[in-house]
Design a binder for this molecule. Structure first.
Ligand SMILES: *Cc1c(COP(=O)(O)O)cnc(C)c1O
Length: 375
C-alpha cells in the first residue's frame, strides 16, 4: 500500500473556475482576487482581507505595515516552520524566541513577559497544527506593553477558541494556501485586519508600493500612478484566487472529513504506550491541519523510516527553528535554549490527514505504526 502524506482537494469545479480565468483576458490581480478576498473576509468575520502570494509575504507585509524593522524585536515561537521567524528577519527586525507549552506546542504565554524589552514591538504567535493560542491572554499582555499581535494562522483558517475567531484579536492574521494547507492554490496567502488604514498599506506594499492597482490601470481611463513607498511583489493572481473560491465554500465539509480521521487516530492511539498526542484545549475548534504523534526521541527517526518503508507518507513538523544552521550561526542558539520545543521537535511525527484518505488507508497507517512500535 502507498499512502501519500498529503493530497489536495481541488475538484473539477475549481479547475473550471481556473480555466475560465485562463480563457479570459485578465490573469493577474483583478476581480477574481477581490471576490476571493471578500469571501475570505466574510468567512473569517474580518473587516478586510488582502490576497498575497504566501503566508510568508503576509507576515512580512504585516510587520512593514506597522513600521516594524531595524532595531525592533518580535517575540515568537521556535516550534514553527522557519517562515515565521524568517519574515521577521525579512523586515529587518530580530526574532526573540519564547518556549512553548508542553500540552499544545503553542507559545507559552507565561514566559512572554520576561522576554519583553524596551525594543519589543510585536508578538507573532503560531496556532500550531490548527490549535489556536489563548488569544485573550495574549491580547491582555500585548495591550499592557503596547505591542502589536500578528497571528501566524497558516494552519488555522477554521480555528476558534473561547468564542474568539482566528484573527479576531490580532492586529493582523496571516493565512497560507501553500500546497499542504487546508485549502490550497499551490502557493498563496492572505492577510486579514480590522484596520482599513493597514489594509490599504498592505495592498500598496504587495505591489511595489505603487498607489494604483494593475486592474485600475487596465480597466479605467489611463491615469498616471506614483510610487510613494518601496514595496514588494507579493500580489495574488486571478488563477490562484479562482482555485481557492470553491474550496472556501466547501471548507466546513473538508474540516469535518478530516475530523473523522482525526478521531479514529486519537481513539486508536490514546492507550498505546510509546505514543503521545497533544491536547485539544476545551471550548475550541481545532483546525486539524496536521495530526502529530510524539514517540520516544531516540527511536523517532527509525520509526519514521520504518513507516516510509511500509508506504506511509510522514513528515516532521517541526525541528525547532533556533537549531537550524543559520539561526545557530547567526544568533548563537544551542541545544537546551528552548527545552520544550526541542523535546517536541525530537519526538514528533506527522501522519497523513486529508479528506481524500479512506478508512482502509487510515487503519493501515494505525496498524503499520503499531507493528513498527513492536519491533
Ligand atoms: C506553511 C507555513 C508558513 C508559510 O506559508 P507560505 O504560504 O508557504 O509562505 C508559515 N507558518 C507556518 C506555521 C506554516 O506552516
Amino acid at each position: 500500500m502507498k499512502i501519500e502524506f498529503f493530497k489536495h482537494n481541488i475538484e473539477q469545479d475549481d479547475i473550471k473556475r481556473a480555466t475560465d480565468v485562463l480563457n479570459s483576458i485578465f490573469l493577474t490581480t483583478g476581480k477574481v482576487v477581490s471576490e476571493f478576498e471578500n469571501s475570505v473576509a466574510s468567512y473569517l468575520k474580518a473587516q478586510h482581507a488582502v490576497g498575497v502570494t504566501s503566508c510568508t509575504a503576509a507576515l512580512h507585509l504585516s510587520l512593514l505595515a506597522y513600521g516594524i524593522g531595524r532595531g525592533d524585536e518580535v517575540i515568537t515561537t521556535p516550534m514553527s516552520f522557519c517562515a515565521t521567524s524568517n519574515s521577521i528577519l525579512h523586515a529587518g527586525a530580530t526574532p526573540v524566541f519564547v518556549d512553548v507549552e508542553k500540552e499544545t506546542g503553542n507559545i507559552n504565554a507565561e514566559l512572554i513577559e520576561a522576554a519583553i524589552t524596551k525594543t519589543t514591538k510585536a508578538i507573532m504567535p503560531v496556532h500550531l497544527y490548527g490549535q489556536m493560542c489563548d488569544m485573550k491572554r495574549l491580547r491582555t499582555i500585548a495591550d499592557k506593553y503596547k505591542l502589536i499581535i500578528i497571528e501566524d494562522a497558516a494552519h488555522a483558517i477554521e480555528s476558534e477558541r473561547n468564542g474568539i475567531r482566528v484573527g479576531e484579536l490580532g492586529d493582523t492574521a496571516c493565512f497560507s494556501f501553500y500546497a499542504t494547507k487546508n485549502i490550497t492554490s499551490g502557493e498563496g496567502g492572505a492577510v486579514t485586519t480590522s484596520s482599513s488604514e493597514k489594509a490599504d498599506i498592505i495592498r500598496m506594499l504587495r505591489l511595489h508600493g505603487i498607489d494604483k492597482s494593475a486592474i485600475d490601470r487596465y480597466t479605467k481611463v489611463y491615469r498616471h500612478w506614483d510610487m510613494p513607498v518601496l514595496g514588494w511583489k507579493y500580489n495574488m493572481d486571478n488563477i490562484q484566487a479562482a482555485l481557492l473560491i470553491g474550496q472556501l465554500q466547501r471548507i466546513e465539509l473538508l474540516w469535518q472529513q478530516r475530523g473523522r480521521f482525526w478521531k479514529i487516530y486519537e481513539d486508536a492511539f490514546r492507550d498505546i504506550r510509546g505514543i503521545g498526542i497533544l491536547k485539544t484545549v476545551p471550548d475550541s475548534k481545532h483546525a486539524r491541519n496536521l495530526f502529530t504523534i510524539l514517540v520516544q526521541e531516540d527511536k523517532r527517526d527509525s520509526i519514521l523510516h520504518e513507516l516510509q518503508n511500509r508506504g506511509v507518507g510522514v513528515a516532521v513538523n517541526y525541528r525547532p527553528i533556533h537549531l537550524l544552521k543559520y539561526y545557530r550561526e547567526t544568533f548563537g542558539y544551542k541545544e537546551g535554549d528552548f527545552p520544550i520545543a526541542e523535546d517536541i521537535g525530537g519526538k514528533t511525527i506527522s501522519l497523513p490527514l486529508y479528506p481524500r484518505l479512506d478508512d482502509t488507508e487510515v487503519y493501515y497507517v494505525i496498524e503499520s505504526l503499531k507493528k513498527v512500535l513492536k519491533n
